[in-house]
Design a protein around this ligand. Structure first.
Ligand SMILES: C[S@@+](CC[C@H](N)C(=O)[O-])C[C@H]1O[C@@H](n2cnc3c(N)ncnc32)[C@H](O)[C@@H]1O
Length: 380
């Protein structure tokens, strides 16, 4: 079940966090199609870059070519590291970069696992285009449902003439020929927008959004509801914006309590960079904050936080699951000091109060409307 078989071997692959009850595979037909195509054609050569490899299946199977992986996801990188250790003799041969790191200066083979976010693809192709030369082999792969006319137009506009393969097991390849004559334009990312004027301390302020993050174009309605009902607090305290996205919630907490020190955490590197830009643009240079890519509050010392603010993800890596919310709540309970509080906003139908009551032994309804609830649990 967890073994990807290619012409070069069988690879035992897992997602991160690996959960034995989790039946979701760490690769799909799009990865298989690309690997099959590479095995049949000329070997990938020179500097091989793999963009958007979800759980490291591609770089693990291609490790002999010493590829460079570029990924936005902290969880994806953890999975990749574990998969490389388990399946390859020389795991360090694969260089792991984030979407925020400077890319290699010259790319000879570019393999693109089409990301869910078109904006992220646009931004990353802009970043990689200067390293592509007329001889660069560019191949994309994705499920048929992920490859749209707009996806192909992006490759055409930023790299060169583009065609697709026949579909196989509902996956398709994209072949793109670099055109050195294409005019190079700057990436439209990051983008900013002004917040509405009815959301307390952050009313009318500007947030910065790197490509691909949650609600990069406008404020989420759940977040808006939370911002209207944030706790009023004062004095020195350590506050976490858990799953920070563009950092609007933690920035509001810092504006409301200038003595607070903030911790912004997200599993997306694009989100962490966005939160830092939002915070810096709205607070004085002396304001204290840490920005961290991570899995929930893993690694945060026990009993160190006074307040955790959270709008948990409902979809995680193509799966609809509440497992992430559960992990976030558990991590928050462990990281809060006794008397510390977790504030959560969620769709009322998700029933987060049941989980919170089970974990904390208490859960109070702070505010509700027909769609959302804000809940508060206190660490005893
Ligand atoms: C619903 S969004 C909320 C974003 C932001 N707080 C807001 O309200 O606009 C949830 C965020 O959680 C992040 N996330 C998902 N899984 C995570 C994990 N395991 N650890 C940390 N952050 C995670 C997502 O990248 C996303 O930015």
């Amino acid at each position: 079940m967890n073994s990807l078989t290619t012409s070069t071997g069988a690879f035992d692959l897992t997602r991160y966090p690996a959960d034995p009850r989790d039946q979701l595979r760490a690769w799909d037909a799009a990865d298989e199609y690309l690997l099959r195509h590479l095995a049949e054609g000329p070997e990938p050569s020179g500097t091989v870059v793999v963009l958007g490899d979800r759980w490291g299946a591609l770089v693990t199977a291609l490790a002999a070519h010493r590829p460079v992986q570029i990924s936005d996801s902290y969880l994806g990188r953890q999975a990749t590291t574990a998969n490389l250790r388990r399946n390859t003799a020389e795991p360090d041969a694969v260089q792991l970069l984030t979407t925020q790191d400077p890319p290699p200066e010259r790319i000879d083979t570019l393999l693109v696992r089409v990301p869910k976010s078109l904006a992220l693809l646009e931004d990353q192709l802009h970043r990689l285009a200067p390293a592509i030369h007329p001889g660069t082999v560019v191949i994309g792969t994705g499920m048929v449902t992920e490859i749209h006319t707009s996806t192909l137009q992006l490759f055409e506009r930023l790299i060169g003439p583009t065609r697709t393969s026949l579909a196989a097991k509902k996956a398709r390849l994209i072949f793109c020929t670099p055109d050195p004559a294409l005019a190079r334009t700057p990436s439209p990312w990051p983008r900013s927008y002004a917040l509405p004027t009815d959301i307390g301390v952050v009313s009318g302020r500007t947030v910065t959004n790197h490509a691909g993050i949650f609600c990069a174009e406008r404020l989420d309605i759940g977040t808006r509801f939370l911002l209207r009902h944030l706790p009023r607090r004062s004095g020195p305290e350590l506050v976490a914006d858990l799953g920070c996205g563009n950092g609007v919630v933690g920035t509001a907490a810092a504006l409301a309590n200038p003595e607070a020190e903030l911790l912004f955490v997200d599993e997306s590197h694009q989100a962490v960079a966005s939160a830092e830009a939002t915070f810096r643009a709205n607070l004085p240079a002396t304001a204290k904050a840490t920005f961290r890519a991570g899995d929930g509050l893993t690694g945060t010392p026990a009993r160190s936080l006074d307040l955790v603010l959270n709008n948990p993800p409902f979809h995680s890596h193509q799966a609809t699951t509440d497992a992430t919310a559960w992990r976030m709540f558990t991590g928050a309970r462990d990281a809060l000091r006794p008397g510390g509080e977790l504030w959560v906003v969620g769709n009322r139908h998700l029933g987060y109060h049941v989980k919170l009551r089970r974990l904390f032994g208490n859960c109070e309804l702070v505010a509700s409307d027909p769609k959302f609830v804000v809940l508060r649990s206190v660490r005893r």
